[in-house]
Design a protein around this ligand. Structure first.
Ligand code: DGY
Length: 321
């Protein structure tokens, strides 16, 4: 008998076929885990879970007593309670590597779009305000030859640094849990304490995973340390930033602008204060959202799931710290 698995995100057809070849799969568009729901019933029997973003905590695990593998279709896994999952002998996996270049493209594009005010100027053209090309209302800030301060220098961070150094002649400073002498040499990147980085960087790019240590790590104090001309870019998770402090920093001119792909609440609620700020460029958490990369991520996650269910070690097993 094939192991039972729940697929709670939409998968490309060929990936779903592969999963169905190895598992008895139940598919759900929106996982409603309230007691008695079809999803909650399926959970009781499921040995595998495959999808993106579901909060897998002790309460959910209590209702999934046969679970062996939780396969996340993302590199970030702040939705998974890893200590709790590991304590129960369940494997958790993610999709590192395959999205590095795509997320770096998005985040670097966001940085340039914010500095050069591209979305705002797109609205300016569409609204019929383009009357005079010498109008300094159109001026942005340069990106090339400026200083990029990156917080979190993992696989994606390295690809951002590569684009900044070799594409835009930027100087690189970084802050990370540990120093990386290889990248320091390769990109001329200089290590800084967090406070030093915030004070020195023209662009502060936050790429750290969300953990208990990084939750709320950028708040009022940190924005005040940044230059008045600083551009803040968040490609990590919304909760690494105190969003109210960010809004205040943007309103008051404490920093110049922000480019955001992630928010405390996603999707961003209607009437959210960020929506009214012209100096905030807002993307709907699309770091890895290209057809090619999302297909690769789905394959990676599906292979992780199947490996775990057939008694092999999944290629991207998350190790509990
Ligand atoms: C991830 O995979 O964690 C990214 O946030 C996707 O964009």
């Amino acid at each position: 008998m094939k192991p039972k698995a729940i697929v709670y995100s939409k998968l490309p057809e060929e990936v779903l076929e592969y999963v169905k070849g190895h598992c008895d799969a139940s598919c759900f568009d929106a996982p409603d885990s309230s007691p008695g729901s079809p999803f909650a019933e399926a959970l009781k029997e499921a040995e595998g879970l495959l999808g993106a973003g579901l909060k897998v905590d002790a309460a959910l695990l209590d209702r999934a007593s046969r679970l062996k593998v939780v396969s996340n279709i993302s590199v970030g896994y702040d939705n998974l309670n890893i200590p709790e999952i590991s304590r129960r002998g369940i494997m958790a996996t993610n999709t590192p590597g395959v999205l590095n270049d795509t997320v770096a493209d998005t985040i670097f594009g966001l940085l340039v779009a914010t500095a050069r005010r591209m979305p705002e100027l797109d609205r300016y053209v569409r609204n019929g305000q383009w009357k005079d090309s010498r109008d300094d209302v159109q001026f942005g800030l340069d990106v090339h030859h400026k200083k990029l301060g990156i917080i979190g220098l993992g696989g994606i961070g390295e690809k951002i640094v590569q684009r900044a150094r070799f594409g835009f002649d930027m100087d690189i400073i970084y802050h990370n849990r540990s120093r990386n002498p290889k990248l320091e040499e390769q990109y001329g990147a200089a290590y800084r304490t967090l406070d030093e980085l915030l004070a020195e960087a023209d662009f502060v790019c936050l790429m750290t995973p969300l953990t208990p240590e990084t939750r709320g790590m950028i708040g009022e104090r940190e924005f005040k340390l940044m230059k008045k001309t600083a551009i803040f870019v968040n490609g990590s998770r919304g909760a690494t930033v105190d969003e109210e402090a960010l809004i205040e920093a943007l309103r008051s001119g404490t920093i110049w602008a922000a480019g955001l792909d992630v928010y405390v609440q996603e999707p961003l609620p209607e009437n959210h204060p960020l929506l009214s700020l012209d100096n905030a460029v807002l993307l709907p958490h699309i770091g890895s959202a290209t057809r090619e990369t999302r297909l690769e991520m789905a394959w990676t996650a599906a292979r992780n799931l199947v490996a775990g269910l057939i008694g092999k070690t999944p290629p991207n097993l998350i190790q509990a710290k």
